[in-house]
Write a protein that binds this ligand. Structure first.
Ligand code: SAM
Length: 214
């Protein structure tokens, strides 16, 4: 994601009605926040929000939480949500390194990771959102029947993720090395990065990982 300083983004996010400003206080209370008992799906590293805004519009019976580290990117999603006013979608400006602080056991039904930062240097492998370190965090708040769905066009990151998911004892499903020409293409919602990279001819890789029994 190219990061440009967007003047005023931080201030707007700090006061916006669709951004949750105190997510740690909602740990174990997200259903109260949404005011209903519906499933909760989370996208980590949602960028400008194209994917999660579309999903939230299509699935009003699911609650969506979009997490993004940088205000300068999140502001674009916030602007779109100001027009859409989807009642089942909120955003957090938050670093997923601390994700265990905001969700309680069995609180989340699904996690989407789309075109996550590859962190190509070996010494940064632990920062990858599909590393065993992160999978160990997700398992603490993901429902037993929930799952992580991951898309990327980065072959190295995808191979790494397949290994990590297996190493962590998760069950792999729906693995494809060419999502757009696979049996899983139907109903696929494209992210901003997915549009950009598939337009260049890059195949899109996808996996779904189910956590081991606890
Ligand atoms: N998911 C979008 C897409 O597919 O178009 C954006 C992909 S972009 C390469 C990755 C995004 O993840 C960036 O906006 C980045 O700021 C965000 N990100 C990376 N690490 C993160 C973390 N630890 N917590 C929250 N967001 C993160």
């Amino acid at each position: 994601m190219r990061l440009r300083n967007v003047p005023g983004a931080r201030d707007e996010i700090a006061s916006n009605r669709f951004v949750v400003h105190d997510p740690r206080e909602l740990k174990g209370k997200w259903k109260e926040k949404f005011g209903n008992d519906r499933p909760i799906h989370v996208e980590i590293g949602m960028g400008k929000g194209q994917f999660i805004l579309k999903l939230a519009a299509l699935n009003p019976d699911i609650n969506y939480i979009g997490i993004e580290k940088f205000s300068s990117v999140l502001i674009r999603a916030v602007e779109k949500q100001e027009e859409a006013e989807l009642p089942n979608l909120v955003f957090l400006r938050f670093d997923a390194e601390d994700i265990e602080d905001i969700f309680d056991e069995n609180e989340v039904d699904r996690i989407y990771l789309n075109f996550s930062d590859p962190w190509p240097k070996e010494r940064h492998a632990k920062r990858r959102l599909t590393s065993t370190r992160f999978l160990g965090r997700y398992i603490k708040f993901l429902k037993p029947e929930g799952y992580v769905a991951f898309k990327t066009d980065n072959k190295e990151l995808f191979d790494f993720s397949l290994e990590q998911v297996k190493e962590a004892g998760w069950r792999l499903e729906e693995v494809t090395f060419d999502l757009h020409n696979s049996e899983f293409a139907e109903g696929n919602i494209m992210t901003e990065y997915e549009e950009r990279f598939s337009a260049k001819g890059n195949p899109i890789f996808r996996l779904v990982g189910y956590p081991p029994a606890r």
